[in-house]
Design a protein around this ligand. Sequence first.
Ligand code: FMN
Length: 137
Amino acid sequence: METMARHFAKGASKEESVDIVCKRAGDATLSDLLHCDGLAIGSPEYFGTMAGMIKDFFDRTYNVAREKTIGLSYVVFVCAGNDGRGAITQIERIAAGYKWEKVQPPLRITGPPSKQDLAKIEELGHTLAAGVEFGIF
Ligand SMILES: Cc1cc2nc3c(=O)[nH]c(=O)nc-3n(C[C@H](O)[C@H](O)[C@H](O)COP(=O)(O)O)c2cc1C
């Protein structure tokens, strides 16, 4: 997941005027969420769902952020041993609770990411950043 996150950030940083904040979920704060214009959630699938620290981030931010982040553009990318669909489903359910806007289909990578996978994730990062920058999302 860390490799994928780095590649996502690399793609996003192609939009030079967009500031990228790349954090582990446990370090991400309510303030980060309230002050972003676009959000990417990357998670490994553990036991058929998202990583516990992603769930913790949602638990910590929902009460305050749900009124203030309605319509926030977001994307999801998941790495998994052989599935990943459970993590995506659960993250999307929670994102629907916040009323965020999914602006690209989720990216699901199984097994070690290939060069092509990493190129796709970079492209996803660039797409989110460009969409935010040009007001498309
Ligand atoms: C505790 C644990 C539970 C896992 N559960 C699943 C699972 O339910 N489905 C799946 O496809 N892969 C599962 N995997 C495989 C991980 O999703 C995969 O190895 C992923 O790349 C881990 O990302 P990380 O190296 O950043 O932790 C699990 C791995 C661990 C360690």
